[in-house]
Design a protein around this ligand. Structure first.
Ligand code: FAD
Length: 428
């Protein structure tokens, strides 16, 4: 009568809704983590920072479970194959809203059904999902402000209460520790990385509204990777937000907004939300793209952002907006190129937020920046990095007078972008 709990993007033993139900309803719960070969085989860097992060969390989970007299099965391969071979009394997991995951879960559901094995999945990574926040006419929101108003109206204390699992820990299946897969067995090597702490800092969040736009400060929470892999729970985060900062809460709502958009409009993965923009004539100059990737555009704030990303797997939100605007507007390079580059590099890569952020910057997304809003990198620097502290950190050779010339003149690029976007707008 063993049942499986399948960890995915919820790598924690506390306040995990699917795990709560598994343990409450059964008394032989065996957790598993699957290193999906199809996803891992696509990665180029054998010291991949995200794989290192996930691996570390999985090992933590395994140790914690072994302290409770249970263990964690580690499987490397295709999830479908794993479930095909499985004979158990049930499988529990949490919802995932990405198209790849939805397809995979549907397949697994079907094959488990054939074997009469219940497949139970739960909402865990968001407060509100799918169709829970809709307009009066039953349609999904495509504009953030009214969505967020409805979201806030619907929120009550029950949504922020943690699911207390601890009292059911006795229902983990008692087994001897199972074998630990090594990183090299899944095709990777250990790298030396400093990951952001998963402590939610009340102090940072209290001052979030004042500090959040200055990349030289520790003004944002740095919790994105933990929200991505579920090493903290969204309910904990929302509770802290309610205590300290409405503005920070609003960022957590953006996260859910983009997840909801991805679920309702999966076409955004490959196409512009506003399809008209798929007609846009991008210049797509490969040399310029390379200069952007390497932080060699001659625009210090853009270069600093790209170098921060390349060196750490993180980029401050203000600078994500500046670099994305620069690529799509100044260089007229397809937002999908930038999106793919960020996806490869960001430790906190989240399909829904990355796609939403890129489409916003390019002006083709839902509730996007208007096409004529073209960030001026110099003015952005004056406002948000007035002493060039952030720039100097990432571009040590920076000296205003000797900096290499910009790969494209700002005024020229601005006019070119306006003409290109304008032409499209006028087309019927
Ligand atoms: P904080 O400012 O402390 O915010 C708290 C949390 O709210 C974040 O951890 C994140 O989960 C969420 N959040 C904040 N801003 C946004 C936003 N604009 N959209 C959606 N969620 C948000 N965020 C990702 O998590 N993964 C991505 O792949 C990603 N790609 C982006 C690409 C572009 C072009 C842009 C403009 C933004 C992107 N963002 C992405 C959103 C945002 O930049 C990051 O969430 C934020 O910088 C993470 O830092 P933090 O944890 O200190 O955030």
């Amino acid at each position: 009568d063993t049942v499986i709990f399948w960890f995915r993007r919820d790598l924690r033993l506390h306040d995990n809704i699917g795990l709560y139900h598994a343990l409450k309803e059964n008394n032989n719960v065996l957790p598993v983590f699957i290193f999906d070969k199809e996803i891992l085989d696509e990665l180029e860097d054998e010291q991949d920072m995200r794989v290192n992060f996930i691996y570390k969390q999985v090992i933590h989970l395994k140790e914690a479970l072994e302290n409770l007299g249970s263990s964690l099965l580690m499987y490397h391969g295709n999830p479908i194959k794993f479930f095909e071979a499985l004979e158990v009394a049930g499988v529990y997991t949490n919802h995932d809203y990405e198209p790849y995951a939805i397809k995979r879960d549907n397949q697994i559901q079907a094959l488990l059904n054939e074997k009469n094995i219940p497949f139970k999945t739960y909402k865990d990574q968001v407060i509100f999902e799918k169709n829970e926040i809709l307009k009066e006419d039953g349609e999904p929101y495509t504009v953030f402000t009214p969505y967020s108003r409805k979201w806030l109206k619907k929120l009550d204390s029950s949504h922020q209460e943690p699911y207390l699992i601890q009292s059911f820990y006795r229902n983990f299946k008692k087994i001897q520790p199972v074998r630990t897969l090594s990183l090299s067995e899944i095709g990777f090597k250990a790298g030396q990385y400093d990951y952001p702490s998963k402590q939610i800092s009340g102090k940072i969040i209290e001052q979030y509204e004042t500090n959040r736009d200055f990349p030289a400060l520790q003004g944002t929470s740095r919790l994105s990777v933990h929200l991505r892999f579920g090493t903290i729970s969204i309910r904990e985060a929302v509770k802290e937000a309610r205590k300290y900062s409405q503005k920070w809460l609003s960022e957590l709502i953006w996260r859910e907004f983009y997840m909801m958009i991805l679920w309702h409009f999966p076409k955004v993965v490959t196409s512009s939300f506003n399809s008209k923009y798929d007609q846009l004539e991008w210049r797509n100059n490969e040399k310029e793209f390379e200069a952007w990737c390497n932080g060699m555009t001659g625009y210090p704030i853009v270069d600093a952002g790209m170098r921060e990303l390349n060196a750490t797997g993180f980029m401050h939100n203000r600078v994500r907006m500046i670099t994305a605007s620069f690529l799509t507007k100044h260089l007229l390079i397809d937002w999908r190129w930038g999106e793919a580059y960020f996806a490869k590099k960001l430790l906190d890569f989240e399909l829904s937020s990355n796609n939403g952020g890129w489409q916003w910057a390019a002006g083709c997304g839902c509730d996007a920046a208007p096409y004529f809003r073209i960030f001026n990198p110099y003015i952005q620097t004056q406002k948000f990095d007035p002493k060039s502290k952030y720039i100097k950190k990432w571009v040590p050779e920076f000296q205003e007078i000797q900096y290499p010339p910009p790969i494209v003149d700002h005024q020229f690029a601005r006019n070119r972008a306006l003409e290109t976007f304008d032409a499209l707008r006028k087309e019927k």
